[in-house]
Design a protein around this ligand. Structure first.
Ligand code: FMN
Length: 319
């Protein structure tokens, strides 16, 4: 098996998975922006087994993205086995299992982060994936979740102890609990504990919005790298900025002319993979690119109404 994780230079800078955001076009932008490894949006193991056309549409990627890791969710071991076999053959470099998602549509049936409440099942799922896989298997976990019935807190470390004997290649720890899913301070200790207990790659995730925060999180946790999600919104170049800051203590801030080129490239890639429907989906991301600029409000109000590449080109040309 080609364990690409072991070949990446540390610190590894990963684009963390984001449903509705980390499609092929955005991943390619982040790759150009310096990311070492890219995670897809999550896909359902049930949908793969039932050959959902929509899901297979989401599974397309470009060779330029590699290494690219496909993320799965679900709770049936037999579906993990079957879907990981399929995904292994599609050319992905790795497959990642989601044990962190707090979204209602995923947790209502006991999936995502709720799986952390059933560590025996977690082990079965990871085992099924490892048995089926010809590519490295990684996990994404949260700092903790409280079992409402017993008031016992299940931690990322508990999960890692449970799967320790399985050949897992990497773990990304989102240092926030299920109870505080996206905001608030990170539980740094949850990441440190995993780094100490787990011998393969550990990525720290949560709240990395600037190169300064990136450096501090790496220093505090001793992690092998970082997972960056919202910090890449409208800033796919953040990965290179982080690398520069870690290497030489400073980084370049993009000028408006460069931001415009990046926006246009992102729009063209989106159009190529999804057509004009993709550009409608992209509106919110285009608006993220102009955040903080002097004419942000005016630009945003125009960008959230675009329907075609020509519309986007027109706005960028006149501003
Ligand atoms: C819109 C959105 C979608 C997300 N989708 C996923 C997902 O599909 N799989 C996953 O493991 N995490 C998902 N996450 C969580 C992120 O990967 C990440 O753990 C979280 O946002 C914390 O990182 P950040 O502070 O850098 O944003 C999502 C987050 C956001 C904001």
């Amino acid at each position: 098996m080609n364990n690409f994780w072991q070949k990446l230079k540390k610190p590894i800078l990963a684009l963390a998975p984001m449903a509705g955001i980390t499609d092929s076009a955005f991943r390619q932008m982040c790759k150009l922006g310096g990311a070492d490894v890219l995670y897809t949006e999550f896909v359902s193991t049930d949908a793969i087994v039932y050959e959902s056309k929509k899901t297979f549409g989401m599974l397309k990627f470009s060779e330029s993205e590699k290494p690219v890791v496909v993320q799965i969710f679900g709770k049936k071991p037999e579906h993990y086995f079957k879907s990981v076999k399929v995904l292994s053959e599609l050319g992905y470099d790795g497959v990642d299992i989601n044990f962190g998602c707090p979204a209602y549509k995923v947790v209502k049936s006991g999936g995502g982060v709720k799986l952390m409440l059933n560590l025996d099942l977690v082990k079965e799922l990871v085992q099924a994936a490892c048995e089926a896989s010809q590519i490295p298997v990684s996990l994404k976990v949260r700092a903790s979740i409280e079992d409402k019935a017993t008031k016992v807190k299940i931690t990322a470390l508990d999960l890692v102890e449970k799967i320790k004997d399985l050949p897992v290649a990497a773990i990304m720890v989102h240092g926030r609990s299920f109870e505080k899913p996206f905001d608030g301070e990170l539980d740094i200790n949850s990441i440190i504990q995993v780094k100490e207990a787990f011998s393969a790659v550990v990525l720290a995730n949560g709240g990395v919005y600037t190169p300064e925060i990136a450096k501090s999180l790496l220093e505090q946790t001793g992690a092998d790298g970082l997972g960056i999600a919202r910090g890449a919104w409208g800033k796919p170049w953040i990965f290179q900025q982080i690398r520069d800051y870690l290497g030489i203590g400073k980084y370049r801030v993009s000028e408006w002319s460069e931001i415009k080129k990046t926006m246009l490239k992102h729009a063209k890639l989106t159009f190529q993979s999804k057509g004009e429907h993709g550009l409608v989906e992209l509106r919110k991301q285009l608006a993220w690119y102009v955040k903080g600029l002097p004419k942000a409000a005016e630009l945003r109000s125009k960008l959230v109404r675009v329907n075609s590449l020509e519309d986007i080109q027109g706005i960028l040309k006149n501003n």
